[in-house]
Design a protein around this ligand. Structure first.
Ligand code: MN
Length: 348
């Protein structure tokens, strides 16, 4: 018998199991995660993502170059914060005796022929010269885009364009208000050889570490022994102050917890994405932001994300000190698929 508190701690590293891992190369997945965390100012998870990228051989110069590119999409403040995390991390790793690849920094951060080179790069990236009423209206920003973003930043030889588009799509996809730019860059990425499957995997990887619209921390990896897939849990209330536990749970796509029951019940407030809830012997319920689930005491159930969506809910455990959770068997892939099927279209 485990209490809900065991959800909070686990030494296991976060990995967005599932589809994304099979579709993206390890390097592509790292770039997507690093970029999404930078754009979302999710610095704790950024540090983990950078740490695992360095562990697997990304050079410090390559990591710096991605974070530098991101200032064009997220602004100097977020890029500088992320570079600060990288700098601290490389020092900590060096002090621990790790031999990171330093790599060579971009040798020409400012090009004398940036406007010409950038115009050519932008034309090739987009498949045709980029013109438009907005750029006629504000020609200065057209010149800066061409010379600086596509000339200087894209001119750095440290990453190919496809990798840069992965970084850009991941960053834009997690920021509120940049949906048109994200759609445009998905088009540019597709034009430059990113498959639709890879784009989807980038979006899922980004959403798993920086769910758009979630205002609570992602927290720590959840106890993997009671989840299928990967989830994160962040305690929102102080254990000592109330006998009610309130916590934020983020499920990667396809992730669900095992069958379980709570002796005093549980309340879920759904905040991001699409999820599923099922009580034993009943049809599953599809969950969307704004939905409230009142789980009765001593009732077998499970909750988690829909197959293709990150899902976030706030969990509330009443009478936490005496509310016991009993974990049971995992929800099999067959039962999970059946639950998703049965719940399709059902909008509570
Ligand atoms: Mn529960």
């Amino acid at each position: 018998m485990k209490t809900i508190m065991t959800l909070m701690v686990s030494a296991l590293a976060f990995s967005s199991a599932s589809a994304a891992e099979q579709v993206l190369s390890p390097r592509e997945e790292q770039v997507a995660r690093i970029s999404a965390c930078t754009a979302a100012s999710n610095l704790t998870t950024l540090r983990e993502a950078l740490n695992s990228a360095l562990d697997s051989g990304m050079s410090i110069a390559e990591a710096k170059d991605i974070l530098t590119q991101l200032y064009a999409y997220c602004g100097f403040p977020k890029a500088l914060n992320a570079l600060g995390v990288l700098r601290e991390l490389t020092e900590t790793r060096a002090a621990a005796g790790k031999q990171d690849l330093r790599g060579e920094d971009n040798p020409s951060p400012l090009l004398t022929d940036a406007l010409d080179r950038g115009t050519a790069t932008q034309t090739q990236l987009c498949g045709a010269p980029v013109r438009g009423a907005l750029f006629d209206f504000a020609p200065a920003i057209d010149a800066y885009l061409k010379a600086h973003l596509f000339g200087d930043l894209f001119g750095s030889p440290l990453h190919d364009w496809r990798t840069r588009e992965i970084a850009t799509i991941a960053a834009l996809s997690v920021m509120p208000g940049t949906e048109p730019q994200c759609r445009a860059h998905i088009g540019i990425g597709r034009h430059n050889g990113l498959s639709a499957e890879k784009v989807e995997a980038v979006l899922q990887t980004a959403a798993a570490v920086a769910p758009k619209g979630d205002m609570f921390p992602l927290g720590e990896p959840a106890d993997a022994s009671v989840f299928t897939g990967s989830a994160r849990v962040s305690m929102l209330t102080d254990k000592g102050s109330y006998d009610t536990a309130v916590y934020n749970v983020t499920f990667a796509p396809g992730t669900r917890n095992h069958w379980h029951r709570h002796t005093k019940g549980q309340i879920l407030l759904c905040t991001v994405g699409e999820g599923l809830y099922q009580e034993r012997g009943k049809a599953a319920r599809r969950l969307r932001p704004g939905d409230v689930v009142q789980i009765p005491p001593d009732t077998d159930h499970w909750h988690g994300a829909a197959p293709h969506s990150v899902f976030v809910h706030i969990g509330i455990t009443p009478e936490a000190s005496t509310n016991r959770t009993t974990w049971q068997e995992a929800v099999s892939d067959e039962d999970y698929a059946a639950a998703d099927n049965a719940a399709k279209g059902a909008r509570p």
